[in-house]
Design a protein around this ligand. Structure first.
Ligand code: AHM
Ligand code: MG
Length: 340
């Protein structure tokens, strides 16, 4: 791209500002805070093998999962940067048991939900990882910031996106006006528009799920896997199986190429593994804005009313026709509601 056409994230947000009457510059301050934290995480990720940031932190998070050093570092960076933005009253994080109330920010109207480092199991093996965020506004009838403000349906997100620390570092986000991707230009340390108006192909040739858990899947999910593997020239099957075990990396590939990502319910984890507020809502907002679908198998992800901060949900997400096909094979009344 010729340099005269470079559009930085900052410029892009300022240009878009006129479209959000309520935002008044608040969103750009929050984005600046997210961007700063992501650049610091990126710096640590890039030299992870040299600095003392690999391996376990020796603690567990609220879900009983081992915390890696980088999980803790990223969590601190995002929280401290967002807290300093002057626009956020509460931050909820996959790594924290409770809400982080920002000191002296009771009158601020934004809440940010984060998975500061998604795909933690890939940190030590140099595969792609990322950070996920969702931004909400407080409900108008609440006097002071409280849990109810955090438990909003995903369809009320004001903005959502992710940073991916991959072969390059990118930010992909939406404010409800389509999806755009920005690549970090290391030499100027700016995110620059590289993937304008991303649309996911309606059909794809990739299916992504942890097949190791197959014995634990419902018959419908097993049937869909068999469908993906069956030979059929007309529909380009068998599809390719691609699974990194890092939601952002699997999602990002499928978003650009077309595909379906599934983390279904299993017999031992009936709500699946992924978290509604920190992972699924952001991805669902993005995929719908890019022309795809996201369902729990029982309905639209963005319509789920959260009842707790660390709630999990099964997830079927990706190309519209592929998700519709998978849901049709689950054979539940609720799955067909998503198709309606
Ligand atoms: P994390 O947020 O603790 O890293 O956990 C979520 C990750 C997702 O990125 C990924 O899709 C999933 O866990 C992989 O789980 P599994 O190893 O069970 O396939
Ligand atoms: Mg995660």
């Amino acid at each position: 791209m010729p340099y005269s056409k470079v559009i930085t994230l900052e410029q892009y947000i300022v240009d878009q500002q006129s479209m959000y009457k309520d935002a008044q510059g608040s969103l750009s301050k929050i984005f600046r805070a997210l961007e700063l934290a992501a650049k610091m995480v990126n710096r640590d990720v890039r030299k992870a093998g040299l600095a003392d940031v690999l391996g376990s932190h020796g603690t567990s998070n609220i879900q009983g999962e081992e915390q890696k050093k980088l999980d803790v570092i990223a969590n601190n960076m995002f929280i401290s940067s967002l807290a300093r933005s002057g626009e956020v009253c509460m931050i909820i994080s996959e790594e924290n048991e409770d809400i982080f109330f920002v000191d002296g920010a009771d009158s601020e109207k934004y809440i940010v939900a984060i998975d500061p480092l998604d795909g933690s199991s890939n940190i030590d093996v140099n595969a792609s990882i990322g950070s996920i965020f969702s931004i909400y506004q407080r409900k108008k009838n609440q006097l002071s910031p409280c849990l109810v403000d955090c438990l909003q349906k995903g369809k009320h997100q004001v903005a959502a996106g992710y940073f991916i620390y991959g072969s390059s570092t990118m930010l992909v986000y939406t404010t409800g006006l389509g999806v755009n991707g920005f690549t970090l230009d290391d030499s100027i340390q700016e995110f620059c528009l590289s993937h304008p108006t991303i649309q996911i192909p309606a059909d794809g040739k990739i299916f992504s799920l942890n097949e190791g858990n197959q014995d634990e899947f419902s018959q419908g999910v097993k049937d869909y896997i068999d469908f993906c593997k069956a030979k059929d020239k007309e529909s380009s099957r068998p599809y390719s199986a691609r699974y990194i075990g890092s939601l952002i990396a699997d999602f990002h590939r499928n978003l650009l190429k077309g595909g379906i990502f599934i983390y279904p319910a299993t017999f031992s984890a009936p709500n699946g593994k992924l978290r509604l507020l920190y992972e699924c809502n952001a991805m669902a907002f993005l995929i719908e804005q890019a022309g795809g679908l996201a369902s729990s198998g029982e309905g639209r992800i963005l319509d789920i009313i959260p009842t707790e901060l660390h709630q999990r949900t099964p997830l079927f997400i990706g190309s519209k026709n592929m998700v519709e096909k998978a849901l049709s094979m689950l054979n539940t009344d609720q799955a067909s509601e998503t198709l309606a």
